[in-house]
Unconditional design. Structure first.
Length: 192
């Protein structure tokens, strides 16, 4: 029996699971938002949030713990190191964004469409936007709402013009029908 065995195994061996969660965390740090299955997103949320918590401390020991969490910093390509770039991004962009926040740095949005093939439930996981980003988004929304108000003011005038044009068309239809019928009668008389 699996008593007191917490955590989702994700159906893979432990080494595979660690590699999977490391790669998902790196992708989230690099891109800010990733699409994955709901089970994987819930399992990697701890990794993503723990990296930010360690980076908020800002000391050398926490930087080394992040390296240990995300994997080795040695790569085959000289000059390019994915983990070092990700750690620099965490320290420069992500950790300062959550300076005043105590945990809960990620957000999971479930998608309505399951994955094609195995019907696994899918979701987006992302880091929460910072205070500056939300302010700019709300100001954009206020600009949009001002445009919508102007459209709404113009809309009654446009509707009135359209109604008048429609009424004129309705009045013209009986006259056009009568003219068409008289033309048919004239053409029949000419043929006879």
């Amino acid at each position: 029996m699996r008593h007191a065995k917490a955590g989702d195994k994700l159906g893979v061996l432990p080494s595979h699971r660690v590699a999977l969660l490391r790669n998902l965390t790196l992708a989230l740090i690099e891109h800010g938002k990733i699409k994955t299955t709901t089970r994987r997103a819930k399992a990697m949320r701890w990794y993503a949030e723990h990296v930010v918590t360690l980076a908020k401390r800002g000391d050398l020991a926490s930087r080394r713990q992040i390296v240990k969490l995300l994997g080795s910093t040695e790569t085959g390509k000289p000059g390019h190191n994915r983990i070092r770039v990700a750690i620099d991004k965490v320290y420069s962009d992500i950790a300062p964004r959550f300076k005043d926040r105590q945990g809960g740095y990620t957000q999971i949005f479930r998608l309505a469409q399951p994955r094609v093939g195995d019907c696994a439930p899918m979701c987006f996981i992302q880091y929460l936007p910072g205070a500056e980003e939300t302010k700019t988004k709300t100001s954009d929304k206020s600009k949009k709402s001002a445009k919508e108000v102007k459209k709404a003011e113009k809309a009654p005038e446009d509707k009135a013009v359209k109604k008048e044009a429609k009424a004129a068309k309705v009045e013209d239809k009986p006259a056009k029908k009568a003219a068409a019928q008289s033309d048919k009668k004239v053409s029949k008389k000419k043929e006879s």
